[in-house]
Write a protein that binds this ligand. Structure first.
Ligand SMILES: C[S@@+](CC[C@H](N)C(=O)[O-])C[C@H]1O[C@@H](n2cnc3c(N)ncnc32)[C@H](O)[C@@H]1O
Length: 208
């Protein structure tokens, strides 16, 4: 990896940045999903979770965080430390320092009711995006929601991404694509039957 993924989080310091706007959309989707699934116990997995702020900030402002079990997968040591610190108040939230591009890193954490793929699809090859989407049914409980992001810079891959989700048994719940920033945030619900987890293999490799 060539990117300093710890420093990357400073883009969140500007509340008007595209990244901050993206975060607010993701957090809104997570909050709506929590409302919809209440009062059931639910399981969340977050790939390439960074410092985990999307999920953790939402849970901090709710009274029903105890019904959420979550596993955050993150590779960068400093981000893992910050995520663990932020998650310390939630005993059912674990942060694994692992390669989220390897299927076995998800052992025991899937199938999940909510899968977060934020900040992944813009950093891997198009082939890996497609392969990961095709593996997602094996990571999802039937009815699970996947929240994903991808920038819409040319060539815009989001139309293909949305079609790959459809072909893999998902229906689109929302797609956020504002005119003034290239951010894209989608949410897709898995409508197919239970599937075996992805075989131990590489799902994706970061190219940045
Ligand atoms: C674009 S950031 C997204 C962080 C977070 N999901 C968010 O949206 O704020 C990508 C994150 O993926 C992490 N990462 C990169 N390659 C990874 C890998 N193979 N396994 C796990 N995490 C990885 C980076 O350290 C970084 O924190």
């Amino acid at each position: 990896m060539t990117t300093d993924w710890n420093a990357w989080h400073s883009l969140y310091d500007d509340p008007e940045s595209g990244l901050s706007r993206r975060l607010r959309v993701i957090q809104g989707l997570i909050g709506d999903w929590l409302d919809r699934t209440a009062p059931d116990d639910v399981r969340v997995v977050s790939a390439c979770a960074g410092d985990g702020r999307d999920l953790l900030q939402v849970l901090r402002n709710r009274g029903d965080a105890k019904r959420v079990t979550a596993t955050l997968l993150e590779y960068d040591e400093e981000n893992v430390a910050r995520a663990r610190s932020a998650a310390a108040e939630f005993p059912a939230i674990a942060v694994r320092q692992v390669d989220a591009g390897r299927a076995e890193s998800y052992d025991g954490a899937i199938p999940a009711d909510l899968v977060l793929m934020a900040g992944v699809f813009g950093n891997i090859s198009d082939e890996d995006v497609q392969a990961t989407i095709e593996a997602l049914p094996g990571m999802c409980e039937p009815g699970a929601l996947v929240i994903w992001t991808r920038h819409r810079g040319a060539p815009d891959l989001t139309p293909a991404i949305r079609s790959w989700f459809t072909a893999s048994g998902f229906i689109e719940e929302s797609f956020f694509a504002p005119d003034d920033v290239e951010v894209g945030v989608g949410s897709h619900r898995y409508t197919g039957p239970p599937q075996p987890p992805p075989a131990n293999s590489t799902l994706f490799t970061f190219t940045r």
